[in-house]
Design a binder for this molecule. Structure first.
Ligand code: PLP
Ligand code: CA
Length: 302
């Protein structure tokens, strides 16, 4: 069998790609939308791929929403996508605890937003922290001693727009002082499209802060970790050699696809630029690249 050509997506490459996979995994920000704005040509692309019988799955590292909240976002943008087709890093954190038999007697401290709290609660775990703790702060007065809950058995860190010194200390105390306490990161994206207008510091910045304080590396459950894929494969009857990961980031999406044996398609509609892809210092090479997912439709119709 002829190996698929590496490089620009051509009409031949698009036909060969579509013929050789049963499922497309789409990253969301930079591929489907940018912040809250739908990327041009997405509805037509999804419709065509569904018509061709392809399974579509959506994988986002953004932990701010739960699967349920994301299916609403898809609907608002005019896309019919079910909760079961959506895999978020917030859901991944909850599933990681579940699959590792995390004791329901123990609590989870969350540096993050409602998406993580919602998924943890849905999975039956007791959790606290989140946006509420954004109102708290510590007074660094003489001899101030900050106590923490000894029944916390896991700390989950994701993007938190209310991140503060209180949370950093609370998370650090739990990880450092509670025996066996897990340190879980939803993802390590350096930046994210918190708004469509510009990029903002991503979850990776907050993970780095806690990791620096405790001098420990977290367990990452979002892309590029293969954890999400193992879970995805349990949910659907698919094999990774017949899947294509479509994403805009080399170090999360394309690496995730490569780590798990998928074909990979980089789109330039998000954070990665063509000069970055072609830079000699870049070590992550997708199988194919193109401007946006809309090109799939255009090329297949040629
Ligand atoms: N995390 C946050 C907080 C974000 O805002 C974004 C993008 O908007 C991401 C992660 C990356 O999301 P995705 O994996 O869908 O590109
Ligand atoms: Ca992305």
């Amino acid at each position: 069998r002829k190996a698929m050509a590496k490089g620009l997506l051509t009409a031949d490459a698009a036909r060969s790609l579509v013929g050789s996979v049963d499922a497309f995994l789409f990253d969301c920000d930079g591929v489907i939308w940018k912040g809250d704005e739908l990327i041009q040509g997405v509805p037509e692309t999804l419709e065509l791929l569904r018509k061709l019988g392809k399974k579509l799955v959506f994988v986002t590292n953004n932990s701010r929403k739960s699967r349920r909240q994301y299916s609403k976002k898809f609907k608002t943008l005019g896309l019919e996508v079910t909760e079961e087709e959506i895999f978020t890093s917030s859901f991944a954190a909850a599933m990681f605890l579940k699959l590792n038999n995390f004791s329901p007697e123990k609590k989870v401290y969350v540096v993050g937003e409602d998406g993580i709290l919602d998924e943890l609660k849905l999975a039956g775990f007791e959790c606290f922290g989140g946006p509420e703790d954004g109102k708290k702060n510590i007074m660094l007065e003489a001899n101030f001693y900050f106590d923490h809950d000894k029944s916390v058995g896991a700390v989950v860190v994701g993007l938190d727009q209310y991140f503060n010194y209180y949370k950093m200390q609370y998370a650090s105390l739990c990880i450092r002082e509670n025996p066996g306490c897990l340190f879980i990161a939803t993802n390590r994206d350096p930046t994210g499209h918190m708004t469509s207008a510009q990029e903002w510091p991503g979850a990776g910045t907050m993970v780095a802060a806690v990791s620096c304080s405790v001098q420990k590396e977290p367990i990452v459950v979002g892309k590029p970790s293969s954890f999400l894929m193992d879970f995805l494969l349990k949910s659907f009857n698919l094999e990774t050699s017949r899947m294509c990961m479509v994403g805009d980031r080399l170090d999360t999406d394309i690496l995730f696809g490569q780590n798990t044996g998928c074909k990979t398609l980089l789109v330039l509609s998000g954070v990665t630029t063509l000069p970055e892809l072609q830079d000699a210092s870049n070590t992550i090479h997708p199988d194919l690249y193109t401007n946006s997912v809309h090109d799939l439709v255009k090329l297949l119709q040629q």
